[in-house]
Design a protein around this ligand. Structure first.
Ligand SMILES: CC(C)(COP(=O)(O)OP(=O)(O)OC[C@H]1O[C@@H](n2cnc3c(N)ncnc32)[C@H](O)[C@@H]1OP(=O)(O)O)[C@@H](O)C(=O)NCCC(=O)NCCS
Length: 170
C-alpha cells in the first residue's frame, strides 16, 4: 500500500466562539475545544486511512492561551505518523485577529486514532506516512516515543520494552 503525505490528511475547521461555549471568564470552555480538535483529528485520520476511525487516546494537550468569546478559531489537524492500525494526529489551534487577519497559535494537541472495521476491531492495513517538510519529519521521528509513552501509561506496554522512549534518558 502506497505511503501518503501528511498534507493529504490536512483538515481545517474554522468556527466562532459563541456565548454557550464559554466559561465564567468568557473564554472558550476547554471541553468544547477538545471536541473541536477531536472532530478535526478524526476527519484527518479518516482521510489518511480511508477507514472508520475511533479515538484511542489523547496524548497531549496544552491550553497555553485563553480564547475569548467572539474569537475566530481555526483547528488544523494532520496525521504525523501511521503504525499498523493506529495513527498519531497533531492538531494546531490558531486565533485570528479580527482587524489584521493575523493568526496567533493558541493551543496544540496530539491524539491517537485507530482504524477499525465495521465490528470495531482494529484493521492492520493502513498506509504509512512520508513526511515532506522539516516539521513533519520532526513530528514523525518523535511519534514512536509518544506512542510508547502512551502505551506505558495505559498499562499496555512494559517500560522495559519502550526502547525508543528509554533512549531519551540514556
Ligand atoms: C482503540 C481500540 C480500537 C483499541 O483496540 P484494542 O483491542 O485495544 O487493540 P490493540 O491493543 O490491538 O491496539 C490497536 C492499536 O491501538 C494502539 N493503542 C491502543 N491503545 C493506545 C493508547 N492508549 N495509546 C496509543 N496507542 C494505543 C495500539 O498500540 C495498536 O496500534 P498499532 O496497531 O498501530 O500497533 C479500542 O480500545 C476501542 O474501541 N476503544 C474505544 C474507542 C472509542 O470509543 N473512542 C471514542 C472515545 S469516547
Amino acid at each position: 500500500m502506497e505511503a501518503r503525505y501528511p498534507s493529504e490528511s490536512r483538515t481545517i475547521l474554522t468556527d466562532l466562539v459563541l456565548p454557550g461555549e464559554t466559561n465564567p471568564l468568557n473564554n472558550l470552555f476547554g471541553g468544547e475545544l477538545l471536541a473541536r480538535m477531536d472532530r478535526a483529528a478524526g476527519i484527518a485520520a479518516g482521510r489518511h486511512s480511508r477507514r472508520i476511525v475511533v479515538t484511542a487516546s489523547v496524548n497531549h494537550v496544552a491550553f497555553s492561551k485563553a480564547i475569548p468569546l467572539g474569537s475566530v478559531v481555526t483547528v488544523e489537524a494532520k496525521v504525523s505518523r501511521a503504525f499498523r492500525s493506529s495513527m498519531e494526529v497533531v492538531i494546531d489551534v490558531w486565533i485570528e485577529d479580527r482587524q489584521s487577519g493575523d493568526k496567533t497559535r493558541a493551543n496544540e494537541a496530539i491524539y491517537t486514532f485507530v482504524a477499525v472495521n465495521e465490528s470495531g476491531a482494529p484493521v492492520m492495513t493502513i498506509p504509512q506516512i512520508k513526511p515532506e517538510t522539516e516539521l513533519e519529519q520532526e513530528r514523525f521521528d518523535a511519534a514512536l516515543r509518544r506512542k510508547q509513552l502512551s502505551l506505558v501509561l495505559a498499562g499496555k506496554m512494559k517500560p522495559d520494552d519502550a526502547t525508543e522512549l528509554k533512549a531519551l534518558f540514556t
